[in-house]
Design a protein around this ligand. Sequence first.
Ligand SMILES: *[C@@H]1O[C@H](CO)[C@@H](O)[C@H](O)[C@H]1NC(C)=O
Ligand SMILES: *[C@@H]1O[C@H](CO)[C@@H](O)[C@H](O)[C@H]1NC(C)=O
Ligand SMILES: *[C@@H]1O[C@H](CO)[C@@H](O)[C@H](O)[C@H]1NC(C)=O
Length: 793
Amino acid sequence: MEQILKKRQVLLFFVLLGIAQAGSTIRRYSVEEEAENGFFVANLLKDLGLEVEELAERGPRVISKGKKLNLEFNRQTGDLLLREKLDREELCGPAEPCVVPFQVLLGNPLEIFQAELQIRDINDHSPVFLDKKIILKISEITAPGTTFLIERAQDLDVGSNSLQTYSISPNFHFHLNLQDSPDGTVLPQLVLDKVLDREERSEIRLILTALDGGNPPRSGTVHILIEVLDINDNAPAFSKLRYEVQVPENSPVGSQVATVSAKDLDIGDNGQITYAFSQASEDIRKTFRMNATSGEILLVKTLDFESIQAYTVYVQATDGGGLSGSSVVFVQVKDLNDNPPELTMSTFTNHIPENAPETVIAVFSVADPDSGDNGKMVCSIQEDLPFVLKPSVENLYTLMTNTALDRETRTQYNITITVSDMGTPRLTTQHTIAVYVSDINDNAPAFTQTSYTIFVRENNSPALHIGTISATDSDSGSNAHITYSLLPPQDPQLALNSLISINADNGQLFALRALDYEALQAFEFHVSAVDGGLPALSSQAPVRLVVLDDNDNAPFVLYPLQNASAPCTELLPRAAEPGYLVTKVVAVDRDSGQNAWLSFQLLKATEPGLFSVWAHNGEVRTTRLLGERDVLKHRLLLLVKDNGDPPRSASVTLHVLLVDGFSQPYLPLPEVARDAAQDENALTLYLVIALASVSSLFLLSLLLFVGVRLCRRDRATSLGGCSMPEGHFPGHLVDVGGAGTLSQSYQYEVCLSGDTRTPDFKFLKPIIPNFLLQNSERENDTNPSYRNSFEFS
Ligand SMILES: *[C@@H]1O[C@H](CO)[C@@H](O)[C@H](O)[C@H]1NC(C)=O
Ligand SMILES: *[C@@H]1O[C@H](CO)[C@@H](O)[C@H](O)[C@H]1NC(C)=O
Ligand SMILES: *[C@@H]1O[C@H](CO)[C@@H](O)[C@H](O)[C@H]1NC(C)=O
């Protein structure tokens, strides 16, 4: 090893010395790059003029600077061969030509040959783009002609093998412009031919191809992505130029009216749309609300067809870049039947006079703000009323009576005016008016009875309320205010105003003074009732006032007269038989009826039992035969009593004088004798019989009494004794004197006085002796009351 090292150091030394000797000529060789291992480069034998043996002896060596070349020397043939592939690009890079110098060193003697090897390029590299993808961002507004530099490709080859040209994939927008750069390379430029539209094509993909000049040429490609940058070149556009919607009125607040939508072809902010009203009136802003993001139009308040029927809402959509588009929304408010008809009274009178012919009560108008059928109205009132509804002008009605009204039948009417529209549902308004029928004095007062009869007991206290007359008036107010009054009596004799008064207000009748039945038994007058109308109406009613009798008169004894100064004495013959009529007490009572029904009663007698009094006719008779022992003078006390309640009475004192002798005509002697003989026995028998049959006798006597009276009347007329006509006696005396027994007996007793045997009968004074009377009494024994005639003749 040490030897080798020494040899090399020596060799180097020689080389360094001998360079100058052999450096004058440089042998040049060339080889293509990438030649295979063992590729022949040169034959040194030939070039150096050496023999094979010489060569072997001298031990040739190839020295290259930096050992770039790896050559192999074949000692047999002297060929210089490549020991490895040569890469020109690695050895020389872009330098051209690529020459690598080397020396061939020979020993014995040392000789150095200069040589150089040129490595020729082959097209072994394709153009290469450094980026895998080129992204270009180009705004869409970029003007045509604008150029965009593109990263160029690299080709390691040189010369014609290097990058020669570029091409671009066909497209509409760009062409390629190649520019020579100062360093001799070609710079590719994209030139915009046509305006880009992002909205049409948001990105463009191109393929750029780089070509070298090799044969065959090699190429490299790169993808170019052109992103078209958006600019706000599109305004929002509504989907419709105009929207038409119908919204029912009264839709609730918040309900959706319409939704508008607009599109913006731009992206991002440029395509972000916000909606708003444009040129919106205050009204619209208060009614609608726009959702800025969704384009919904909502109700803020309810719509009212009656105030606004349609809205024109201008809407606007604005993008983020400030561009805007507009549209219009017609909102038609649909009418609902939400308004009942309205009724407006123009004139109204609520008082109408009765009996008035057709009278206007009210004029009114009706209105319905709804439209169409919702606003058509019909108007009516109740059918059963005497009123009629007359349409005059459109929607103007007149309410009037269709017949005369009668307040007395009905004073008040409630008229209900019903107005309904034709919508669905039908809405109805009712208006009730009260109409009062005012009174007219068309009704006269009407008495409650057609005639009145009032009974008043006589001797009433003055100012006694005796009865009430009443009338009614079916009118009202002062027309029904009745005033009562007494009409002047038809009989001018009747002093009505001093007898009766009437309360003008209530028709109460009062007796002004005590009435006397005996003076006035009945009278008639008329009461008038006048109402307060203008003119006043009146009516009359007859009133009959009947005075009722009161037992206010005691019986009055007519015979015998009870004057103390002139006592009257009856003469009684001693021979009178039992039942002899001594006298007859005559009494009258000015009352009537029961009050004048008199009864007689023997109160006291000087000799009780001798006389009896018939209770009903006042006849005083003996009850037995008179004896010698009987006293001469007898005094009888009789009571005359009426049947009133309480009864009234009068007493009568009778004086009876027994006389022995009596003028013949008046003494039927045989009878007296017979009577005297039978007296004692008959008296006893009489009493027994009388006692046993008291009741039957009483009845019998009543029957007899009636029968006898009838018979007597007949007899009296048949005798022809009464020559005077009945009309001779003033009728009023009969009335005034009082009805009853007295007047009747008076009448026929006067007739009897026409008898020839008692011509002076009428003129007899009461004190004059009774003989004549006795005489006529005997003849007309059956007449118990003839003496009544005295007082009244
Ligand atoms: C607008 O509409 C959108 C979508 O419907 C909703 O989310 C939003 O709350 C609405 N804005 C308003 C203010 O109502
Ligand atoms: C009318 O109406 C009033 C008040 O409602 C009522 O008092 C009156 O009785 C009515 N009249 C008629 C005749 O119906
Ligand atoms: C007796 O009374 C009657 C009737 O009252 C009268 O008319 C007559 O004058 C009176 N005689 C005497 C004497 O008073």
